[in-house]
Design a protein around this ligand. Structure first.
Ligand SMILES: [Zn+2]
Length: 140
């Protein structure tokens, strides 16, 4: 059961227009935060969080159909790929000195992203991580 955002009348979940006031019941979200099914979030936020600690493997095995968990899996995979590339570039180009320094800074940023992702997954938030939201979706 949900409530009409215009008149407050109780309405069925699948009704698009409020039977009391006739207005559309879809709530417009003011920022670009993607919305996930609250039941999906409640059921799978722990696995979504564990995705950051398992390169996405645990949610892929445990809740492949969860849009919320797959959103976090994508972020976890990009953080993993980014970390691998930074480590690799720093190792191969160690003689340049500047690349390992930049790589180290990037790894710290990615680590902060990972912590942010874990916190957001646990809070049930689907707010995308900065920059990573611009990257393509790996797992639909
Ligand atoms: Zn209404």
């Amino acid at each position: 059961m949900k409530y009409c955002p215009h008149c407050g009348a109780e309405i069925a979940d699948d009704v698009r227009f409020c039977p009391t006031c006739g207005k559309e019941t879809v709530v417009v979200v003011n920022d670009a935060e993607p919305q996930f099914d609250p039941q999906d979030v409640a059921d799978n936020k722990m696995l979504a969080m564990l995705g950051y600690l398992s390169m996405g493997v645990l949610p892929m095995l445990g809740c492949r159909n969860s849009a919320f968990a797959m959103h976090h899996v994508n972020q976890a995979l990009w953080i993993f790929i980014g970390s691998m590339l930074c480590s690799l570039a720093s190792g191969i180009l160690a003689f340049t000195v500047i690349i390992p320094i930049l790589g180290g800074i990037a790894l710290i940023v990615l680590f902060v992203f990972e912590i942010m992702g874990i916190v957001r997954a646990l809070k049930g938030s689907g707010k995308p991580l900065p920059f990573i939201e611009k990257l393509p979706v790996i797992i639909k």
